[in-house]
Design a protein around this ligand. Structure first.
Ligand code: XMP
Length: 509
């Protein structure tokens, strides 16, 4: 059976593919269909396992981009529940570390086997304080403990409903310890489910022999565990999440706080990752935090990949300029077409066990499999998710003229902005008053675009997964790993370089 690792690629084969893909990107190719071996394209039966970074496996090869119009906690939760992962952006103002940390905390607390450190409050605390803590942390249950962490009761949102909060204390409304079903010591999920069903309870606190709180199991979490079999979880059953830190300013302090909050992987994300700035940033992060899981980027050449491999990163982001909100190529004339970049970087990374994240430029679902075959272990997407309900930002309605009927209709949109756009830079630097020219001098390499509002990211991920499974079927394989092996054994069997009219027939709609 094929593994989650990208197969090692023969040097002569990749050199010949590199000749073919120079200057090319996704729309320059079609893949030739092969004899299909799948009876059904069933996403729950087709293995799409891949690596995000050296020690993190994803069951779905999809990552939401660290952009402030794409990934905050709601997006990261959906991505991890569906088998991918979200990277929380660092688009918060310098020194403003807490808001990013809070997003990571929300994800880590969303879904657990056992919540080892549930939100708690003292019995004598005012009810107002409990209500504020519930609102801030977005949880509906607080465990009531004394100052030695001994269990005293449970307080739920329902206990606060219709109760005058001012003047009352937590102990006035909580369900006290002697009325709770409690389990001494740790408990496996199946046994917990049985116990909770037998007692018809939705919350089960775990305590030690001195009644000190060990954790909390909730029925909602247990149900989610079985409903979401592909979810990306850590060893404790919590959803995984990544966070971007940058390479300058407060990045070390940011990293320290994010690690404390339980972040699974840090991403040093700068536009040009093959740089002196990156060299220093990786060295500092390694010095301070040792073997923390670390992804770095972006690069688009084999030299850039070698540079990051030599510095001991655990994952590499590939993509110079393909992003939907990106103007680097227009403003600098530098960049690498994404398929060429993926093959070049794969050539260098082959056999290293350091995965490549194909970052940007996926504008149709068919490009996903291309990104995953040419060199990406997984794919990172921004524009594809920017119009979803889970993306930050408001829906705006714009008038659109329908060409056929010449009628004007109101269409809902959301905004995607490049992280190096003037708008994003202005927000980060807190310079609302600065004029456009002044900020342009900072070197904007991104732009703001409207993308149609499209509903939940969950539906989009599931659609993407179905299309990847269909690609695997057309490719004559039974899993992503197998298709990669078949492709790289004989790439010319698959690759059709398109003529202008071939491209028009394939992709112009
Ligand atoms: P898509 O095509 O999925 O790409 O929207 C997402 C990726 O685009 C990159 N990105 C930028 N690149 N200037 C750039 O040169 C920018 O302002 C910018 N903002 C985002 C980033 O790699 C992201 O993951």
């Amino acid at each position: 059976m094929a593994s989650a690792d990208f197969p090692a690629v023969d040097a002569r084969t990749i050199a010949s593919v590199l000749q073919l893909v120079r200057g090319a990107t996704f729309d320059d190719f079609l893949l030739a269909p092969q004899h299909s071996v799948l009876e059904r394209r069933d996403p729950s039966a087709i293995d799409l396992s891949c690596l995000l970074s050296r020690h993190i496996v994803l069951r779905r090869p999809i990552v939401s981009a660290n952009m402030d119009t794409v990934t905050r906690a709601p997006m990261a939760i959906v991505q991890a529940e569906e088998g991918g992962i979200g990277i929380i952006d660092r688009g918060f103002r310098p020194g403003d570390i807490r808001p990013q940390v809070r997003e990571v905390e929300i994800v880590k607390r969303t879904q657990h086997g056992v919540i080892a450190d549930p939100y708690s409050i003292g019995p004598d605390a005012p009810l107002d304080e409990a209500a504020a803590l519930m609102a801030r942390s977005r949880v509906g249950t607080l465990v009531v403990v004394d100052d030695r962490r001994k269990l005293k009761g449970l307080l739920t949102e329902r206990d606060l409903r219709f109760a005058p909060t001012s003047g009352s204390r937590v102990s006035d409304r909580m369900t006290p310890r002697d009325k709770l079903v409690v389990h001494p010591g740790p408990l496996a999920p199946v046994a917990a489910e049985r116990l909770m069903m037998a007692h018809k309870v939705k919350k089960l606190p775990l305590v030690d022999e001195a009644d000190v709180l060990l954790g909390l199991i909730t029925a909602k979490d247990l149900m989610r565990q079985t409903r979401l079999p592909f979810a990306t979880r850590d060893e404790q059953g919590r959803l995984r999440v990544g966070a971007a830190i940058g390479a300058k300013g407060d990045y070390l302090e940011r990293a320290a706080e994010l690690i404390k909050a339980g972040v699974d992987v840090l991403v040093i994300d700068i536009a040009h990752g093959h740089s002196i700035v990156m060299d220093r940033a990786i060295a500092e992060v390694r010095k301070r935090f040792g073997p923390v899981e670390l992804i770095a980027g972006n690069v688009g050449t084999s030299e850039g990949t070698r540079f990051l491999l030599d510095r001991g990163v655990n994952g590499i982001k590939v993509g110079i300029g393909p992003g939907g909100g990106c103007t680097t190529r227009q403003t600098t004339s530098f960049g690498v077409p994404q398929v060429q970049a993926l093959v070049e970087c794969r050539k260098e990374a082959s056999g290293s066990r350091v995965p490549l994240i194909a970052d940007g430029g996926v504008r149709r679902h068919g490009a996903l499999i291309a990104a995953l075959l040419f060199g990406g272990d997984c794919t990172m997407l921004g524009s594809a998710f920017a119009g979803t309900t889970e993306a930050p930002g408001e829906v705006v309605h714009k008038s659109v003229l329908l060409p056929e009927s010449q009628k004007t209709v109101k269409v809902p949109f959301k905004v995607l902005r490049g992280m190096a756009s003037i708008e994003a830079i202005r927000d980060r630097l807190d310079v609302e008053d600065a004029d456009r020219v002044e900020i342009e001098a900072l070197g904007a390499e991104g732009t703001e675009v409207s993308v149609p509002a499209v509903g939940s990211a969950r539906a989009i991920v599931r659609d993407m997964v179905k299309h990847i499974c269909s690609s695997i079927s057309y490719g004559g394989a039974a899993s992503l790993g197998e298709l990669r092996e078949m492709f790289w054994r004989d790439p010319m069997r698959y690759l059709i370089k398109l003529s202008t009219s071939g491209r028009r027939e394939s992709y112009d709609r």
